[in-house]
Design a protein around this ligand. Structure first.
Ligand code: ADP
Length: 778
């Protein structure tokens, strides 16, 4: 039987990450024994046919991960809205032997694909009646198989938490706001920033949460009252406590409670109004415009595009004529398939609800995460306005502590949790410099390590890297458990909120175990995992891991460029990550590494041998024309013997002058400067959930804390859910203490995926992960 032919196209507006989708689809199709075809310029190419439909080889998509936009072009196509256009498109598909397409685009493109699929049999009938194709020509093309991948910067399709491109756009916006903040603060100015999103406020809302903006206006939820009064009140309050900058973020499609568009000029005039009662602020408008679409994809979009491209191939191979069209979605951390019809209907209903000013319905059609994010925004911006304070007897004194190495998002988490506490009437208290700082605290010192938070300062922490309250790796057992227990009693803490990595995890485990001996430790304790290594049991994601990945891929893109320019060069890059290969693996997946070495798999001579041979073959076939450099990623603890330098030397020696190798170690750069937009957004959401969890125990909850295992818990993203897991269970069942990581690595599937897409020799893979009869590419 002839190999199955699969078409892939990008359509509608471009978005960063589309190239990752096409690369994954092309290579996975080849791996599964199919023939991939790209269709240039979206539906336009399908209608034009000829050179617009091109068979792709393994090498054709080399180096695509680090390119912005879409390399196969995209377009809007009026002709495809009409049936004659779709008839021609069907003809071209049959002539090229293609009855399966993967469409990456926005809701319009996917709606078009669904229509095409449902009409397909009648389109073929018409082609036969018109004598454009014969019955025998269409005989084996009875049904069209379509799978959608949502490529859009707006994140506007219900049913998925994220679309390919949305986090890249969000990162651009956050970068811009971060830059503006400095000048705003210097001149005590106000800035109004208009971001994309005609029907969807995700970008505006997420940017507001990630940057700690003063006010956000989105289409789905106009203010219940007059937005002018609401905004004036909030900004005025913020200025009264001494804030020197004001940031208002408005989505293009924001409307007031009467449905009228809110323009940046209106906002500016209001902020600048010098009349009595006005704010009189020096106000500027900034519109980032197409900058939001530009640039290379961030790590998350590369990963999402790649994993969804793989899933799309699996979906088309499993599709039957009876199945409806599906699209590939992500829910928290899980790639899932969803019915397309329902999602496109929801988009239409949502747009109609906004026009009809039914904002409750509009909000309900967005995902639960969206409503949660809106709540986070309200919590963090309305700290001083909140009238949700609990009755005095329910208010708690909560100690905040950072433990371990700094990780992106720690400060954003602390800021959000402080905001929540203040809003609800709790007393948040900073314990500076981890348990070490706590234990060395002396009341007679002028500045002790236990201090209240000053909101004016904390408010500026949303985008700050490092740890403002200071972090330290010392464990409570090292500081002195009795001393720690006494201090908790002395300060009358009702709860502890800990942010940190594996040392923080170990600390919570120690505190729990010491409860028998020291009753003062019977208070609710919650850990929000934050470490670049992503090695904390109970969660598939830790704060800081996304920041680290982005630092690494930026670093690797530059190295790869250098390797490409000099031709025939392999760079061996050593990553951190402790004894968890997560960062190395995901980095490899995002930059298209030739090989990744991780502690979970170790390094053997056979592996090195196979990889060197693979490189030899690759450079043999390369006449220097494409110039794509090669990268090998090695985790710092992948092997006790083979470190990055030795691996580079072995490669150099074995290459016999045919190609050369260099070693490159980014070191602490990996902790990142400014935390990624994603880490900041997750930090806010998860930190608020942590305090809610602590709050559920109430004040003075010693008895309950003693009995309830969830009184010492870790918050985590597991599959499609956010959960709290008792630390006792994690300690006893899920932790590989010797290797400081969870017993099971949830991401090992990505390691196999990276191997497949990097064309790594099959000897190194686990057998049986994927169905079908894979072929090894050259
Ligand atoms: P996006 O995919 O970014 O939402 P559009 O809505 O402009 O962008 O759709 C892109 C293209 O998809 C259109 O130019 C058209 O060719 C096709 N398309 C969109 N909606 C339909 C539809 N209802 N029927 C047929 N084709 C459609």
């Amino acid at each position: 039987m002839a190999p199955k032919r699969i078409g892939v196209m990008t359509s509608g507006d471009d978005s960063p990450g589309m190239n990752a989708v096409v690369r994954a689809v092309v290579r996975m199709a080849i791996y599964m024994g199919c023939e991939p075809f790209v269709i240039y310029e979206g539906y336009e190419g399908l209608i034009r046919g000829g050179a617009y439909i091109k068979k792709m080889g393994w090498q054709d998509v080399r180096g695509w991960l680090s390119e912005g936009g879409t390399l196969i072009g995209t377009a809007r196509c009026m002709a495809f809205y009409e049936r004659p256009g779709r008839i021609t498109a069907a003809k071209n598909m049959v002539l090229n032997g293609i009855d399966t397409i993967i469409v990456c685009g926005g809701d319009g493109s996917l709606a078009g694909a669904d229509k095409f699929r449902s009409e397909w049999p009648t389109l073929l009938d018409e082609l036969i009646v018109n004598r454009e194709l014969s019955k025998s020509q269409v005989a084996s093309y009875g049904s069209l198989k379509v799978v959608g991948i949502v490529g859009s910067i707006d994140n506007d399709l219900p049913g998925t938490d994220a679309t390919v491109g949305c986090y890249s756009a969000l990162s651009r916006i956050c970068e811009l706001v971060d830059f503006i903040e400095a000048t705003a603060s210097s001149h005590s100015r106000a800035f109004v920033i208009e971001v994309m999103g005609r029907h969807c406020g995700w970008l505006a809302l997420s940017a507001g949460v990630a940057t700690g903006a003063d006010f956000v206006l989105i289409p789905e939820r106009p203010q219940e009252h007059d937005w002018r009064e609401d905004m004036r009140d909030v900004v005025k309050k913020h200025r009264e406590i001494g804030k020197r900058k004001t940031i208002v973020i408005v989505a293009e499609g924001a409307r007031d409670k009467d449905g009228a568009k809110i323009t940046p000029e209106q906002i500016k005039n209001l902020l600048a109004d010098k009349n009595k009662g006005g704010l009189g602020l020096d106000t500027r408008i900034t519109t980032p415009g197409h900058v939001q679409r530009g640039g290379t994809a961030v790590a998350f979009d590369r990963m999402l595009g790649t994993l969804q491209g793989i899933e799309a191939i699996k979906a088309v191979l499993e599709a039957t004529p009876e199945m409806g069209t599906c699209f590939i979605a992500i829910q928290e951390n899980k790639i899932v398939r969803r019915p397309l019809m329902k999602a496109t209907q929801d988009v239409k209903e949502l747009a109609a609800a906004i026009v009809a000013e039914d904002f409750e319905k509009a909000m309900s059609l967005r995902d639960a995460e969206f409503a949660g994010k809106y709540q986070s925004y309200l919590t963090t911006t309305n700290v001083l306005m909140d009238d949700v304070k609990l009755p005095p007897k329910s208010r708690m004194k909560i100690g905040f502590i950072n433990v371990g190495a700094p990780a992106g998002g720690m400060n954003a988490a602390v800021r959000a949790a402080v905001a929540y506490c203040m809003g609800h009437g709790h007393e948040p208290v900073a314990i500076h410099n981890g348990f070490a700082g706590f234990a060395r605290h002396h009341d007679d010192q002028p500045v002790g390590s236990v201090r209240p938070f000053d909101w004016l300062k904390v408010d500026s922490w949303a985008s700050k890297g490092g740890s403002e309250i200071g972090t330290n790796c010392e464990l409570p057992s090292e500081s002195g458990m009795e001393l720690v227990a006494n201090l908790i009693e002395q300060y009358e803490f009702d709860a502890l909120f800990i942010v940190g990595g594996f040392e923080a995890f170990t600390s919570v485990a120690q505190l729990r175990k010491a409860r028998e001996e020291y009753p003062s430790l019977c208070i609710p304790i919650c850990l929000l995992p934050a470490t670049i290594s992503n090695n904390i049991p109970g969660t598939e994601y830790t704060l800081g891991s996304d920041t680290c990945l982005n630092e690494l891929i930026n670093y690797c893109d530059k190295i790869k460029q250098s390797a490409s320019a000099t031709r025939r060069r392999v760079f061996v890059v050593e990553t951190q990550g402790d004894r968890s290969g997560y960062i190395a693996t995901l980095c490899g997946l995002c930059v298209g590494a030739s090989a990744v070495y991780i502690p979970e798999k170790g390094i053997s001579l056979a592996m090195l041998n196979a990889d060197v041979k693979h490189l030899e073959q690759a450079f043999d076939g390369d006449r220097g024309q494409s110039g794509a450099g090669r990268l090998i990623i090695v985790n710092e603890k992948a092997s006790n013997v083979y470190d990055a330098k030795l691996i580079a030397n072995i490669i150099q020696e074995e290459a016999h002058g045919h190609f050369e190798s260099r070693v490159s170690i980014p070191g602490h750069v990996q902790q990142g400067g400014v935390p990624s937009a994603m880490d900041r957004c997750h930090a806010v959401r998860l930190a608020i959930k942590c305090i809610e969890h602590l709050e559920s125990f109430g004040r003075g909850a010693h008895n309950r804390a003693k009995k309830d295992p969830s009184s010492a818990a870790v918050i985590g993203i597991q599959g499609s859910e956010v959960v709290f897991t008792p630390i006792k269970r994690l300690e006893e069942q899920n932790t590989d203490w010797q290797n400081r990581r969870p017993n099971a690595a949830h991401w090992l599937g990505s390691y196999e995926t990276g191997n497949i897409l990097g064309g790594r020799p099959r000897v190194l893979m686990h057998p049986g992960e994927l169905a079908g009869s894979p072929t090894t590419p050259k």
